[in-house]
Design a protein around this ligand. Structure first.
Ligand code: BES
Ligand code: ZN
Ligand code: ZN
Length: 495
């Protein structure tokens, strides 16, 4: 899909469709829509009077052969009440339009922005929305629908802004493409994405975008005494890997903050000896979603160049019930030296994160964010609406939540009070890998990880219920969402 800025008058642009948006207010047809309405002999007013065109959020009205326009179709997308509208809503508006028109065989479209949304922020949101919406999960279908949006022209933007506008368009496409890079990984089946393959793909990406990369193999992992990761990996014939990516800013500040991004990358989670039920087990290919998220974020940061150093540490393994698999009751010694009583082998994510976080701190990370498809409990709490966000100190978490808000991603602060610590105490070892007592599964999981972050400012994002959606959205294909990447990137750029 090619995206370009257009300076010709929108009405003369030949395309399969021209897309613009309508607010839900009494005077719907102001500015550029007034001109379109006049050229169409007042047909838009008539549609509004009949109740077919209201401007309700994401309502679609498709008009064929619109008078006065060179485009074959006019698609009007509802933008909701103007008081509630924010620029980032443009992502959903263009995404919804793109998916609607793509399914109807449209190849070439023009997006016409409205008064007040003609600057770089709007252009960035539009481009990001288009690229994200264009992603499909039909990679392994031999009979493709053969529907493709070939080109999108952006009309109505303030071309006087020149370089700012082009930079915003680049930013938008980097974000969209990095998110799609992560989504493609998350969508891969586990026979095509083992820890070794994930590491190889990370290596190709790192070389392409100019990031430093180091892959720790099973020997190096053993040398580093990552006993928690090895405990999970020992049940599989596939060896584990730890992927380490580095971004160093051009003017690195000695003693400045180093952001550590730690992502859970279990390429398949059977549960191990505490095996999962068969129903829905195929979904556990996306248990590397946290690692995919961090790879997507690093790819974006390589282009957007924050002024802080960033290191990603991605422990990757399968969780299998092989003959050598760890068993409930086993005790593992983590890299930090803490001993862990394994109560349930299905609580493996926190084990590999424990060593990932210890290693990130050893590499000098002063601030941490982890992302993981960690618990089913987060779905009980927040459905697929919000990412569960844990963290200490509270100000650090709040700062991150501001980035989530700026990025337009739903995240909700979750509790990790000291009472949860009681629930992971063990009689046999230092800690146990699941909570005793009832409930609070997302919080006990978070507390377990916190034991390894110790006093380093740390955020934990439980994306188990938001990293994958079973039902598509009008602006997003069903499957991998790429959630949290935008917030993490925004946070790194502001740190
Ligand atoms: N990978 C799962 C969590 C998960 C569940 C991700 C559903 C995506 C969708 C994780 O490793 C797990 O199995 N967690 C257990 C922990 C429990 C044994 C304490 C869970 O949530 O049931
Ligand atoms: Zn599990
Ligand atoms: Zn898991």
């Amino acid at each position: 899909m090619q995206i370009q800025l257009e300076t010709q008058p929108y009405s003369s642009l030949e395309a399969d469709a021209l897309v613009t948006y309508v607010f839900d207010r009494d005077d719907k047809f102001g500015g550029v829509l007034a001109d379109i309405n006049v050229a169409m002999g007042g047909r838009l007013s008539a549609l509004a009077a009949s109740g077919e065109l209201t401007g309700n959020a994401l309502e679609l009205v498709l008009i064929h052969f619109p008078q006065g326009l060179a485009a074959q179709r006019l698609l009007l997308v509802g933008a909701g009440k103007p008081g509630k509208f924010v620029t980032s809503d443009l992502r959903k508006i263009v995404g919804t339009a793109l998916r609607h028109l793509k399914s109807r065989g449209v190849k070439k479209l023009v997006f016409l922005t409205r008064e007040g949304e003609q600057g770089p922020a709007a252009a960035q949101a539009v481009v990001e929305g288009l690229v994200t919406a264009d992603f499909e999960t039909d990679k392994y279908r031999t009979e493709k629908k053969n529907r493709e949006i070939q080109s999108v022209s952006l009309a109505g933007f303030d071309s006087g802004l020149g370089a700012n506008l082009t930079a915003a368009i680049d930013h938008g496409s980097v974000m969209g493409e990095s998110r799609n890079f992560a989504r493609d990984l998350i969508n891969e089946p586990s026979n095509r994405l083992t820890p070794r393959i994930l590491a190889a793909k990370a290596e190709v990406m790192a070389k392409e975008v100019g990031l430093g990369i180091e892959i720790l193999d099973e020997r190096k992992i053993a040398e580093l005494k990552m006993g928690a990761l090895l405990g999970v990996a020992q049940g599989s014939v596939e060896p584990p890997r730890v992927i380490v990516l580095r971004y160093v800013p051009e003017h690195e500040r000695p003693g400045g903050p180093v952001l550590g991004l730690v992502g859970k990358a279990v390429t398949f989670d059977t549960g191990g000896i505490s095996i999962k039920p068969a129903n829905n087990m195929e979904k556990m290919k996306y248990d590397m979603g946290g690692g995919g998220t961090m790879l997507g974020a690093m790819r974006a940061l390589a282009f957007l160049k924050p002024s802080v150093s960033v290191i990603a540490v991605i422990p990757s393994t399968e969780n299998m019930p092989g003959g050598r698999a760890q068993k409930p009751g086993d005790v593992q010694v983590a890299m930090s030296g803490k001993t862990i009583e394994i109560i349930n082998t299905d609580a493996e994510g926190r084990l590999i994160l424990a060593d990932g976080i210890t290693y990130a701190r050893k590499l000098g990370c002063t601030h941490l964010i982890d992302a993981a498809t960690l618990t089913g409990a987060i779905e009980v709490a927040l459905a697929n609406v919000h990412v569960g966000a844990f963290g200490t100190p509270r100000e650090y978490l709040d700062k991150f939540l501001e980035s989530a808000k700026a990025a337009g991603e739903n995240m909700w602060p979750m509790p990790i009070d000291e009472e949860y610590e009681e629930m992971i105490k063990s009689h046999i070892a230092d800690i146990r890998n699941t909570g005793s007592g009832k409930g609070g599964g997302a919080s006990t999981g978070a507390w377990f990880i916190k034991e390894f972050a110790e006093d380093t400012p740390w955020i934990h994002l439980d994306i188990a219920s938001t990293c994958w959606v079973d039902e598509g959205r009008p602006w997003l294909a069903k499957g991998p969402t790429g959630v949290a990447i935008r917030s993490i990137v925004d946070f790194a750029l502001k740190l």
